[in-house]
Design a protein around this ligand. Structure first.
Ligand code: DC
Length: 221
């Protein structure tokens, strides 16, 4: 039986995780947030005091990292060696660390292997940066979800504020642009839109509009 694999890529803050969760719920399938996996590796390195830019120091740590999931299939929490780190990985400084650690090929290979295994065992919506281009190039459903940097920074600002983290909008906008550059210019599996992905610009769309547009595209394929 052919697995349903829905691959969604795009820059940070485009709404990928919100939309992916909604699609997974509507289709009653699993959701895999691959960014959370890179964030978990970054958290481990930060805790160990190892620079996320030092590939030679990060590589040996990978064998000490066990990633697992607990809880509701539609709101799964990610665990690092058995500890629920789903809140810790959302701290602002972890975003840049995850982007940096994701440049290390050994880190990518380690996580991509897990992602492909999950995609082969479950019907799943996966979101990330390289799902359509590298992790699952043969996925039947592929989307590139984006929005303007200003719009993404504004959403991120509101999100952090709601969690009690007051970070100036200007700084968030600079961080968003910095991360876009970092993610799209790295050597191995950079963020890019593949020719066979459907482009969705969510700048002027509500969450429901985006989800309905994507559901229609899936049904009509
Ligand atoms: O989606 P996110 O912001 O949680 O991802 C954090 C970082 O992880 C992102 O800046 C780049 C990296 N990442 C990646 O390189 N490949 C993926 N498939 C997902 C995330």
């Amino acid at each position: 039986m052919e697995r349903i694999n829905i691959a969604i890529d795009g820059p940070s803050g485009a709404g990928k995780s919100t939309i992916s969760k909604l699609l997974a719920k509507k289709l009653n399938i699993t959701y895999l947030d691959t960014g959370a996996m890179y964030r978990t590796v970054a958290v481990y390195c930060l805790r160990k005091g190892v620079s996320v830019n030092d590939a030679a120091a990060v590589e040996p740590l990978l064998k000490e990292i066990n990633i697992s999931y607990i809880g509701d299939p539609l709101d799964r929490h990610i665990c690092l060696n058995g500890e629920d780190v789903s809140t810790a990985i959302r701290e602002h400084q972890v975003s840049k660390a995850a982007s940096d650690v994701s440049k290390i090929p050994a880190v990518r290979l380690f996580l991509v292997e897990m992602q492909r295994k999950i995609a082969s065992e479950y019907d799943v919506v996966l979101d990330g940066r390289d799902i359509t281009s590298y992790v699952l190039p043969n996925a039947k459903y592929k989307f590139f979800l984006t929005a303007s940097p200003e719009c993404r920074a504004k959403r991120r600002y509101e999100e952090l504020k709601a969690k009690g983290q007051e970070i100036p909008y200007e700084q968030i906008l600079a961080d968003v642009k910095d991360r876009d550059y970092n993610d799209s210019t790295r050597a191995f599996a950079p963020l890019k839109q593949t020719e066979d992905s459907i482009l969705v610009d969510s700048s002027n769309m509500t969450i429901d509009e985006v989800a309905n547009f994507m559901l229609d595209a899936i049904k009509n394929k």
